[in-house]
Design a protein around this ligand. Structure first.
Ligand code: HAS
Length: 551
């Protein structure tokens, strides 16, 4: 049975480091959310951006701030607190690594953001060629990635120290999960690091004349799909370890949770080609192989759904719930720490089903590059994941600042979750339907002029504006709650909830913590899934025939 309660309170020095990350994340949420609001207005065809601001500029701000900055900073804040809480206070050296990482990431963010605001880096959050940004933008992103490596090293070292001090024992589940997520991030970000350092930076500096676009996209998606699981796994940490405690229950199975994380580690990376199913230049056999691997990465999510249902049902029955669904009513529906992530779980059911549609090769032809895809990731990322971050912030911030989540702040938290559910249902449903009608994603409708009225997807674009406005109101409510919890709520103690493992869980096989074995499988799968496609891309590249010019 794992030891999950090394400390009951996060050390003040570690709390400061974690909070610094969380604050940057919520600033990114507010600004990125504002950009999202402007975007849905433009897409409705009823609004033009003032002062020469471009649609794609706003779209880049939205994607970079929410997809790259909010996530990385919140995840690191949460993970630092989680490791400190379950493995113990960081040493000065480990904490220093955390601070170096934080400042590199922050400087990088500011540099990249300035370039985007100056309209010198309007390259969307995927930033692959042939779109080109100012070199400072790429340098900024490099600092974010390098900073994240250094910061994550501090967290991993704390876990390694715990294992040295507790030989033969199963490590705290939450710390273990953090290490898996950091390794996943490291292996995935190597792809984007190669692309930025050897292609995009030298190209933007004028050192090389051209880059191989297909190679840059392939390297991006090697990183890009694992990136979405790097966002997802912290939400799963909350679902597996925190939510059971919030509802008064226990972790259903330690082994199942660890196995699902290890499966994410090995299957998240070798699946990037499912973003490139319509691209010529990659052999269909390899696309198909990666489609099969994508179906494999669905399995740990199904295991998670099973585990959550079991946790909820066990607890509901303990509280006296009878019959097939009686247990459901017994869950703590008035607790924002539970209901907000729960709304996220519900959104993940259609979001995940949509993902399976996307991954189903032939069906991908129908939805690729339509607004169906943003519909999918607003359910998975912008609902399941982000709502779980919000639900976690409701206890994490007061725990770290030494304040209380008061009754009224709890109620406002619930209001924000309900507003999110309403706004997202309208916006995302409209996106899915418009996508099926052929509405493209990433389109500046003002460029279509009067002809846009002819398109039968326009009513759905207006519905998106309505949903997006409700979502922005939710962001304002959340920002208010966060500010109160950080600086103004009454002083007091708020728990960092960590559930213990259910008695019937059984012992955890040591194999599940043998990182060497899982990393070998991961590397083997990556080599298998990518060697031939990348070799083909390079050898068939027109510039490739002229030596190393393909970079
Ligand atoms: Fe995806 C595109 C396939 C999951 C994010 N995805 C994207 C993009 C983003 C994104 C950002 O194969 C756009 C990238 C771009 O800009 O071009 N995705 C999948 C598949 C999954 C999946 C198979 N995606 C995610 C997650 C994301 C995310 C998670 C963010 C966090 N996605 C694709 C594909 C594309 C794609 C293609 C490319 C499309 C194209 O052509 O461009 C799977 O991992 C999903 C598995 C999930 C499930 C759901 C399990 C449900 C759970 C909740 C249980 C609920 C409970 C509540 C217990 C099977 C765990 C209790 C309820 C009671 C009633 C009591």
């Amino acid at each position: 049975m794992s030891l999950n309660n090394a400390m009951t309170k996060v050390d003040r020095r570690d709390a400061k480091l974690a909070l610094a990350h969380v604050y940057v994340a919520f600033i990114a949420l507010l600004l990125g959310g504002l950009a999202g609001l402007l975007q849905v207005f433009v897409r409705s065809g009823q609004f033009k951006l003032p002062a020469g601001i471009g649609y794609y500029q706003v779209l880049t701000v939205h994607g970079v701030l929410l997809g790259l900055i909010l996530t990385t900073f919140f995840i690191f804040g949460f993970q630092i607190a989680g490791v400190s809480r379950t493995s113990g206070t960081f040493t000065d050296k480990q904490r220093l690594l955390g601070w170096i990482g934080f400042w590199l990431m922050t400087i990088g963010t500011v540099a990249a953001a300035v370039m985007v605001l100056l309209n010198k880096a309007t390259v969307l959050y995927t930033f692959y060629a042939p779109l080109q940004a100012h070199w400072i933008f790429y340098l900024g992103l490099t600092l974010v990635v390098v900073g994240s490596w250094i910061g994550s090293a501090g967290q991993i070292l704390r876990y390694v120290q715990w294992r040295k001090e507790h030989k033969g024992q199963t490590s705290p589940l939450l710390s273990f999960m953090v290490v898996v997520n950091n390794l996943l991030w490291f292996v995935a970000s190597l792809g984007v690091a190669v692309s930025v350092l050897f292609q995009l930076l030298p190209w933007s500096l004028g050192l090389i004349e051209r880059v191989d676009v297909l190679l840059s996209r392939t390297l991006f998606w090697y990183f890009g799909h694992a990136l979405v699981y790097f966002w997802l796994l912290p939400a799963y940490m909350v679902w597996y370890v925190v939510i059971p405690k919030v509802i008064g229950g226990k972790v259903f199975s330690d082994s199942l949770a660890r196995l699902s994380f290890m499966l994410f580690l090995i299957f998240s990376v070798p699946v990037g080609l499912h973003h490139q199913l319509t691209e010529p230049g990659i052999d269909t056999t390899w696309k198909f192989i990666q489609v099969v691997l994508t179906m494999a990465v669905v399995v740990p999510s199904l295991m998670t759904a099973f585990s959550l249902f079991a946790t909820f049902e066990l607890r509901g029955r303990e509280l006296g719930g009878k019959g097939l669904f009686g247990w459901f009513k017994k869950l703590p529906w008035k607790d924002a720490r539970f209901i907000v992530p729960f709304i996220g779980m519900l959104a993940f059911i259609p979001g995940g089903a949509g993902g399976i549609v996307n991954a189903s090769y032939q069906m991908n032809q129908l939805i690729h590059n339509t607004i169906w895809v943003p519909g999918h990731f607003h359910l998975t990322f912008a609902s399941a994941v982000v709502l779980t971050y919000f639900g976690a912030a409701f206890w994490l911030i007061p725990h770290l600042t030494g304040r209380k989540l008061t009754k009224s702040l709890n109620s406002l938290g619930i209001v924000s979750g309900v507003l999110w559910a309403v706004g997202m249902t309208i916006m995302s449903t409209a996106m899915h339907i418009a996508g099926l009608l052929g509405a493209p994603r990433r389109s500046d409708y003002s460029e279509y002029g009067g002809a846009q009225q002819a398109y039968d997807w326009i009513p759905y674009q207006i519905a998106q504006a309505v949903g997006g406005t409700i979502l922005f109101i939710a962001i304002l409510v959340i920002t208010y709650v966060v500010i109160k919890l950080a600086w103004f709520a009454p002083k007091g103690e708020e728990e960092f909830p960590i559930a213990s493992i259910h008695e019937s869980s059984g012992p955890t096989p040591p194999m599940l913590e043998n990182f060497k074995v899982w990393l070998v499988i991961l590397v083997a799968l990556i080599i298998f899934a990518y060697t031939i496609p990348i070799f083909d891309i390079i050898s068939n590249s027109p510039a490739g025939s002229k030596g190393f010019k393909f970079w």
